[in-house]
Design a protein around this ligand. Structure first.
Ligand code: ADP
Ligand code: MG
Length: 285
C-alpha cells in the first residue's frame, strides 16, 4: 500500500478521538471523530482487513484512495489522512451531516424542479471536474451523493464512493462492467463505453428526483436490464404533465441512447433548464 498512498505511521488514536457511529456500509463502518489538536470534527471510515478477502476488493480500496488524492473540488468529499493497523484501515474524511440523497428521496418522495436543479448542478459540477481530470466515476446513484444542510437551509452536495472510478485516456473505450443496475448506461451493459456513462446515470438520478420513480424498472435484474437496453422510458402521466418542457428536454438529452449525441457534463451545465430555475430564484428575491 505504502508505494501508492501517503499514509500516517502512527495510530489514529494519537491524532483523533473516537465518536459515535454515522453509518454502516457493505465493508465498513463510519464513525465521527474529533481531531485532538484542532478540535475539527470529521468522519472516519473503518474498513476491516479480514473482510477485504479478495484482491478485487483490495484493489477497489487502493483505487478509492488514489482517486481521492487526485481530486480537490467543493462537491467531492475530501480525504484527509489514512492509517492502518493489523486489523483495519482507517480513512479520515470530511463529515457530512445531512445523510444520503437516497434517504431524502425516500423521505420526500420527489423534489421541486428548483430543488432538483440546485442538487443536479452541484453533482454535475463535480462530474465535469472529474471528467476534466480524466476520471470517470461509474457508480453514480443517490446512495453515493451525501448532503450537508447549509445555514440557509440549502442542500450542499458531496459526491462519494470513488472505489470503482477509473482514470481514462482520451478516446479510450472501457470494457469492465461496474456500477448499480438501475443507473447503468446501456453501453456499460454492452461493455464498451467512455465517461459519458456518468451522464446517463445522472439522467437517471434527475428522473428519480423529479418523479420519485426509476425510469428503467422491472421485477428482476433481467427485466431491468432488458428495459435499459430498450432505452424506452415514460415522460408522460401526472408527474410529467406538470413538469417543465426544459426539464423533460434535459432528461431526454442525458438519457440519449447514442453516446455520441448524449450531452457532455459541460453541455448539461449549459442547458437552459438550469438558467430558467436560477432565473426564477432571482425573480422571487
Ligand atoms: P461502503 O463503501 O462500505 O458502502 P460508505 O462510504 O458508503 O461505505 O459509508 C457507509 C455509510 O456511512 C454511508 O452510507 C453514509 O450513510 C455514512 N457515511 C459515509 N461517509 C460519511 C461522511 N463523510 N459523513 C457522514 N456519514 C458518512
Ligand atoms: Mg456505499
Amino acid at each position: 500500500f505504502s508505494q501508492f498512498i501517503v499514509e500516517k505511521q502512527n495510530s489514529y488514536t494519537d491524532d483523533y478521538k473516537l465518536g459515535g457511529v454515522l453509518g454502516v456500509g457493505a465493508f465498513s463502518q463510519v464513525r465521527k471523530v474529533t481531531h485532538r489538536k484542532t478540535r475539527a470534527i470529521r468522519a472516519m471510515k473503518v474498513i476491516s482487513k479480514s473482510r477485504l478477502s479478495t484482491t478485487e476488493l483490495q484493489q477497489k480500496f487502493i483505487n478509492e484512495i488514489n482517486v481521492y488524492k487526485q481530486l480537490d473540488h467543493p462537491h467531492i468529499l475530501k480525504l484527509y489522512e489514512f492509517y492502518q493497523d493489523e486489523k483495519n484501515y482507517y480513512i479520515i474524511i470530511e463529515l457530512c451531516t445531512g445523510g444520503e440523497l437516497f434517504d431524502k428521496i425516500i423521505e420526500k418522495g420527489s423534489f421541486s424542479e428548483k430543488e432538483a436543479s440546485y442538487i443536479m448542478k452541484q453533482i454535475m459540477s463535480a462530474i465535469l471536474y472529474a471528467h476534466n481530470s480524466s476520471i470517470v466515476h461509474r457508480d453514480l446513484k443517490p446512495e453515493n451523493v451525501l448532503l450537508d444542510i447549509t445555514s440557509q437551509g440549502n442542500y450542499n452536495v458531496k459526491v462519494v464512493d470513488w472505489g470503482t472510478a477509473k482514470i481514462f485516456s482520451p478516446n479510450q473505450q472501457i470494457n469492465e462492467k461496474f456500477g448499480t443496475l438501475y443507473y447503468m448506461a446501456p453501453e456499460v451493459l454492452k461493455r464498451n463505453y467512455n465517461e459519458k456513462c456518468d451522464i446517463w446515470s445522472c439522467g437517471v438520478i434527475l428522473y428519480i428526483l423529479l418523479s420519485g420513480m426509476p425510469p428503467f424498472n422491472g421485477r428482476t435484474d433481467a427485466e431491468i436490464q432488458k428495459s435499459i437496453l430498450l432505452g424506452k422510458y415514460q415522460l408522460e402521466g401526472e408527474v410529467w404533465d406538470s413538469a417543465s418542457a426544459q426539464a423533460k428536454d434535459l432528461i431526454t438529452k442525458m438519457l440519449q441512447y447514442d453516446v455520441q449525441k448524449r450531452l457532455s457534463a459541460k453541455q448539461v451545465l449549459e442547458h437552459p433548464w438550469f438558467l430558467q430555475q436560477h432565473q426564477e430564484k432571482v425573480d422571487k428575491q
